[in-house]
Each structure stands twice: as structure tokens, then as C-alpha cells.
Ligand binder design. Structure first.
Ligand code: ZN
Length: 95
């Protein structure tokens, strides 16, 4: 009973991430679109947790380099074997 989401940083709005850019054109369209995506992700996660599922969210930026893919895979394995309910992995520094 574990779910692993892999979220694109742009579409799912990874907070503080360099890849969560906002297009210069049609700002209102994008603001609404992104807000709806974030609301839907939160509602989905909350519903899964309420139903007894464990939920991991892996951000795209944690999978961009072979070395970070290995680190992320190891962290997921550790989480799956743990009792922890939720996991979030994403690189949030500007590098
Ligand atoms: Zn990111």
C-alpha cells in the first residue's frame, strides 16, 4: 500500500525549484492552471493518506543526473522498508 508519484517540477510547481518557471505570456491562464494542478495533487495525496496509503513524491529535479537517480532510488528503497507514511525527494537548491 505505497504510492510513488514522479512529478515534473514545472507542471506540479515544485516550490523553490529552478525548474518551476512561469511563462511570460498569459500570466492569468498559467496562474489558474498551476493552482489547479497543485490543488489536485494535494487532494489526491490527502485522499490516499486518509485511505491508508503511504505516499512518496519524487520531483523531476531529483532524477536529472545518474548519480542523483541512484541516491533517489536508494532513498525510495529505504522508505519502502520503513514505517514512514510520506516521503518527498527533490533538489531545491539553485544548483
Ligand atoms: Zn524540482
Amino acid at each position: 500500500r505505497a504510492v510513488i508519484f514522479v512529478h515534473g517540477c514545472f507542471w506540479h510547481r515544485h516550490e523553490g525549484c529552478r525548474y518551476a518557471t512561469t511563462p511570460a505570456t498569459r500570466p492569468e491562464f498559467w496562474a489558474e492552471k498551476f493552482a489547479a494542478n497543485v490543488r489536485r495533487d494535494r487532494a489526491t495525496c490527502d485522499a490516499l493518506v486518509a485511505d491508508g496509503w503511504r505516499v512518496a513524491t519524487i520531483w523531476e529535479c531529483a532524477l536529472r543526473k545518474p548519480q542523483s537517480v541512484e541516491q533517489t532510488a536508494a532513498a525510495i528503497e529505504e522508505w519502502l522498508l520503513s514505517e514512514n507514511r510520506q516521503l518527498e525527494i527533490g533538489k531545491t537548491d539553485p544548483g
